[in-house]
Structure formats: C-alpha cells, structure tokens
Design a protein around this ligand. Sequence first.
Ligand SMILES: NC(=O)c1ccc[n+]([C@@H]2O[C@H](COP(=O)([O-])OP(=O)(O)OC[C@H]3O[C@@H](n4cnc5c(N)ncnc54)[C@H](OP(=O)(O)O)[C@@H]3O)[C@@H](O)[C@H]2O)c1
Length: 289
Amino acid sequence: MLNPSKPRIAIAGATGRVGATLTALLAADPIDLVALTRQPSTARLPEGVVTFKVDFKRADMLEGALRGIDRLFIAHGTSLEQVANEIALINAAVASGVRHIVKLSALGPATRLLPIAWHMQIEAHLAQQPIASTVLRPSTFSHVLKRLGPHIAAGSWTGAAGNGRVNFIDTRDVAEVARIALLEEIEPASQRAYHLSGPRAWTMDQVAEELARLLGHPVTYVDRPPAEQRDALLGAGLAPLVADLLVGLDQMFRESVIAETTSTVEELTGKAPRSLTEWLTDNLDVFRA
Ligand SMILES: NC(=O)c1ccc[n+]([C@@H]2O[C@H](COP(=O)([O-])OP(=O)(O)OC[C@H]3O[C@@H](n4cnc5c(N)ncnc54)[C@H](OP(=O)(O)O)[C@@H]3O)[C@@H](O)[C@H]2O)c1
C-alpha cells in the first residue's frame, strides 16, 4: 500500500545494472518505491518494494502502474524496442501526473551511432513534455569490459579502438547520482542534464597494462581495422546488431569522443568517482581463467 505523505518513486529497469543498485540504495530511504518490470516472477527486489508488471505496448497498464507516482527513473536495456518503450513510458508518466522523470541516457556527440542515436530521439521527446526532467549522460560503463573476461584470462583481446582514450564510469556512481537526482526537490519546469564520468580516460593499452599488473600475468590489447573486427565478431556468433554496436563503440573510443572527465559525480555525491582500477579489482575473478 502506498503512503500518500511520502515521495513515491517508480523505477523502470529496477532489475538492471544501474537500476538494481539504485533500488537497493532507495530501499533505505523514507520513500515509497515501485519497480516496473516485464517479469515480476523472476525479479529479485529488496523487501518493501512494490512490483508492477508492465507491457510497454499497453498504455493503460503503464498508466495504471504510474498512477500516484511523483517521480520516475527510466533505465532501459539496449534493444531495438528501446525508443518505442521509453517513449511509451514517458507518455504514460505525463498522462498519470508524474512530476519528474530522471532518464538514463549516454554521454557522446550528436551521432548516427547506436545506442546514442536512440537516446537522442528519446531525449528530444522528453524535452517536449510539460513536466520536469533530468537526463543522466554517463560515459562508458566499466562493466563493458566484462564481455572480454575469457580473452583477458587467456592473455589478450582484440578490438578496433586504436590508441584512442575512453573514460570509464562505475555504474555504482551512476546509481548514486540517480538517487540524488530523484530525491532532490526541483522546479516543476526544470530540465537538466548531468554529464557523468569516472576520474580519467584510458587507452586500451593502458587498460591492458593495468590488468596485467592486477592479474600478475601479461595481458595485451591487439588492434585491427573496424571491418576485420566486425567480421571477427560475426564469426564468433554475435548478431549483426550487437557487432555493429561494438564496432561503433570502438569507433568512439578510437576518436576519443567519450574521453571527457567531468566533476559532476563528485559535486553531486560529495566523493570522487570510483576508478577503473577499483572496478577491475572488485571484478577481478571475471578476468581469471
Ligand atoms: N554500457 C555502457 O557503457 C553505457 C554507457 C552509458 C549509457 N548506457 C545506457 O545505459 C542503459 C543500460 O543501463 P543498464 O546497463 O543499467 O541496463 P540493463 O541492465 O541492460 O537493462 C535495464 C532493464 O531494462 C529492462 N528492459 C525493458 N525492456 C527491455 C528490452 N527490450 N531489452 C532489454 N532490457 C529491457 C529490463 O528490466 P525487466 O526485465 O525487469 O523488464 C532490464 O533489467 C542503456 O540505455 C545504455 O544506452 C550504457
């Protein structure tokens, strides 16, 4: 049962990387918390969190789940349905009287590359709504390195990132900022964007050196042209969409377009963002054979 005197916050994506950490943080706050999920039966959520099943194609269901909610956080997994689903959620939130939407987006230039191009479409729609919004634009999640675990355990990985630099952010820092953005009292017509990054940018060779130091064995990064990298990813069984996303990400790394370091995480949370070294140390088992 929702308590009308407490802020009521809904999290779409509460079962995901950023959403699960955010939900665990907010579960300790004096608020009513609602999780929207496609699969309530398998969603593991903290005690006290009310769960609503959502079908993004059913506006009535989305509006029902959001009725009585003040603030909505949207984190959506990368998928071909992302634009339609997020726009459906935004429309339902406006129709249900939500006052503030905090949307997880991505740092990067105006681009045709996915998924940033999708985020640009969703942000443009959000910007037209008559309610408050905050867009979180984080740099690349350290988490993307997890995919490379078995290769790094074997001593090397390949990519098309060249000698470009990328700023890695820990999703725990993104979740901490999301919590602050959701709890803050803001003007009804406020529209903000927070550019979030970790403490520094890295080349892939520097990431390899750091992994070698932590793992105690040589680790090398092997560069190859984007077309060869795409063929190799397809050859390894990845779907064309995923191969294109990864090669597009490497293009952004190669051109150092997500290399910016911002002070926003520290200004909002009061502490320095976690380093890539801290994330690698916490997840070192992923990179061990
Ligand atoms: N990876 C990066 O480096 C990076 C950097 C910056 C920004 N981002 C952005 O961050 C977002 C991802 O955040 P995240 O890693 O926390 O999300 P995630 O764990 O991949 O997914 C979050 C949730 O989205 C929900 N979802 C609903 N419809 C979905 C669908 N069709 N396919 C997949 N998931 C669906 C799922 O919840 P239910 O199953 O419970 O419904 C899932 O738990 C993306 O929008 C991405 O562009 C990523």
